[in-house]
Design a protein around this ligand. Structure first.
Ligand code: SF4
Length: 212
């Protein structure tokens, strides 16, 4: 393992001691429910999504259930998540594709997931890693910012950062790296005013070194 990779794993180990319970906060009981929850989570919080899905999944929990909706019928049920019009349209179209082309199952393959409306690389990575236990590294705003400050990439787009991070982080760490960097981004390495003085990985952080 190269020295940069070793350093990256060292940082991840420190973060896993700091955030031993890091993991998804989304509530779901099947890959399809997870897919719905992740699509709903765009520009929303996990708490808002869980509030909406707690009610929604009591009545509608399969691709067949969602495929029967017209988007306008689904809109009021997911309004609490924001962007509800486009999310309703994407969820109904995705459900219909799953029913028509995939026997009502969520396909556990990146390329196939990416063909579903409303599913980008972050969503596909989360579904693969959290829903199917496959290596996946979703790059959301926290993962992108924290890994950039640590000096792990210089990318301008999450898609480019994903490639760099996947080459830097051993696959066995991908899923956990996603959760750890999100936990750190929410608690300590915040977008505005990161709390570097209480950061357990400050000694390995480019942002701090460049300020000195
Ligand atoms: S030292 Fe500061 S900028 Fe670096 S990871 Fe920690 S909180 Fe973020």
């Amino acid at each position: 393992m190269g020295s940069q990779r070793r350093k990256t794993v060292r940082v991840l180990k420190k973060l896993s001691e700091r955030y031993p319970h890091a993991g998804t906060r989304l509530k779901f009981s099947s890959p399809f429910e997870l897919l719905v929850a992740v699509i709903l989570s765009a520009q929303s919080t996990d708490e808002q999504v869980n509030r909406v899905t707690r009610e929604l999944f009591q009545h509608y929990r399969t691709p067949e259930d969602f495929a029967r909706f017209e988007p306008q019928e689904l809109e009021p049920l997911i309004r609490g998540c924001g962007l509800y019009r486009s999310k309703a349209r994407n969820l109904v179209q995705t459900a219909r594709i799953l029913v028509n082309d995939y026997q009502g199952q969520v396909p556990p393959e990146m390329e196939t997931l990416l063909r579903l409306p409303g599913v980008g690389r972050k969503t596909a990575n989360v579904v693969l890693s959290v829903g199917f236990g496959q290596p996946g590294l979703g790059v959301d705003t926290h993962v992108f910012r924290v890994s950039n400050r640590l000096g792990w990439h210089e990318c301008r787009r999450p898609g480019d950062a994903e490639k760099v991070l996947k080459s830097l982080i051993p696959p066995v760490w991908w899923a956990q790296a996603h959760h750890l960097l999100i936990a750190h981004g929410r608690e300590v390495c915040r977008a505005l005013r990161p709390r570097c003085e209480e950061c357990v990985v400050a000694g390995d952080c480019r942002f701090v070194q460049e300020r000195q």
